[in-house]
Structure formats: C-alpha cells, structure tokens
Design a protein around this ligand. Structure first.
Ligand SMILES: [Zn+2]
Ligand SMILES: [Zn+2]
Length: 212
C-alpha cells in the first residue's frame, strides 16, 4: 500500500471516530447526582487498586517457607543444616533474624510487604547465620558464593523511632539510640575517643515500653 493510501485510510478512521455520537455529546451536567456517581466510581477504582496491591504482595505461607528452606539446604548447604523453626514477625522492621539460642528464623512481614521479591534472599541470608553467626569474612564469602545479600534495603517506613535519646551536657549534641548506653561520653567532646566523665551522655528520653 502506498503512503498516500495509508494516510487516507488513517484519516478515514480518524473522521469516523470524531463523529461517533458519544464524542460529540455534551459533558454530563455537574449535578449532585452526577458528583456522587463520580465520587463513587473513583472510590471503587481506588479500592480495586488497593486490593490489587495487597494480592500482589501476598507472602508465602510458613509451610512454603519450610519447603524453600529444604530446597536451599539441598542446593547450597549440601543438606547439612539442621531444621530450625521459621516464623513471620509482624512487628519486626528488619528483613529477617536468626536467634541461635532458640534456633529460630524470623521473617519480617513489614519489610517483605514492601520488598516481596526479597523473601528468598532473606531466607538464604538467615540460613547462613545458622553456620556463621556474625557478618564476618566467612559469612560474606559464603553469601557471595550462594548469591545472598549482606544488607537489607532501606525504606522510610521501616525506620524505627529511637527508644533512647542521649544528650551531651557540653555541646548539646543528641544521640538517638535503639539500645541503652553504658559509660558513654560525647564523641565530639571527649579527647582521643576515650570515655570522659565530664562529657558523659545524659538520657533525656526513654521509651522502655517497646520490647526488642
Ligand atoms: Zn545477618
Ligand atoms: Zn559534646
């Protein structure tokens, strides 16, 4: 087909569309009735979008996490890892944790609602902790070998409010902390990075209701 013919055909389509009845009908009058209908439609569209987001971030069940654990154990750990307890934590803001004392892996729901694609990576990371408790060289080497991340991603809604706030009596610098400080002095005022009781940090806020 020649270009002219193509253009003519396109123009024909355009004209046809332009004169379709609904395109030349006047906009609906702004009556209360119309406004209510419009608001309802917008509300329903928003609700539908929210449901979509929720279903998209549907996380694996605990059973599925155990199955994933077994698979990773076979593939990356020669099946040598002991079975540990796996559960979700609703309040934890970090991606995951492993507590050797109770042999329990916790997966943070909040984090994975934001980064659902990270869940396998988090599980892998926590599984390495069964063998290497700290983020030492052995941990990092192994993480690199099996393709697990060392650090979780930051997100504003995952930032925890500090449980304690300390202040330097000298320069008034504030030190927000998650943990209680014992024998700590201001890093700016103390000479040679040593504890100096003249600049001992003073607790000015304590939110001890929160558990760790
Ligand atoms: Zn870790
Ligand atoms: Zn100071």
């Amino acid at each position: 087909m020649s270009i002219v013919k193509k253009l003519k055909k396109a123009l024909k389509g355009l004209n046809y569309d332009l004169f379709k009845t609904e395109n030349i009908s006047p906009p609906a009058p702004a009556t209360i009735d119309h406004k209510i209908r419009q608001a309802t439609e917008e509300y329903l569209a928003r609700a539908a979008a929210e449901v979509k987001i929720k279903s998209q971030t549907k996380l694996p069940t605990v059973l599925e996490l155990y199955q994933l654990f077994d698979r990773f154990n076979q593939v990356y750990f020669e099946g040598k890892l002991p079975r540990v307890t796996i559960e979700y934590s609703n309040r934890m803001t970090s991606a995951g944790s492993y507590t050797p004392r109770y042999k329990i892996i916790k997966i943070g729901r909040k984090y994975h609602h934001i980064f659902p694609e990270d869940i396998g990576d988090t599980l892998k990371h926590e599984m390495i902790h069964i063998v290497h408790f700290k983020h030492n060289k052995a941990f990092k080497d192994f993480a690199k070998k099996i393709g697990a991340s060392i650090k979780a991603k930051p997100h504003p809604s995952l930032r925890r409010a500090p449980r304690f706030i300390y202040i330097c009596p000298n320069c008034k610098m504030e030190y927000p902390r998650q943990k209680r400080l014992v024998m700590a002095s201001c890093g700016k005022c103390s000479k040679g990075k040593r504890f100096d009781k003249r600049y001992k940090l003073k607790l000015i806020k304590s939110k001890s209701t929160e558990k760790t």
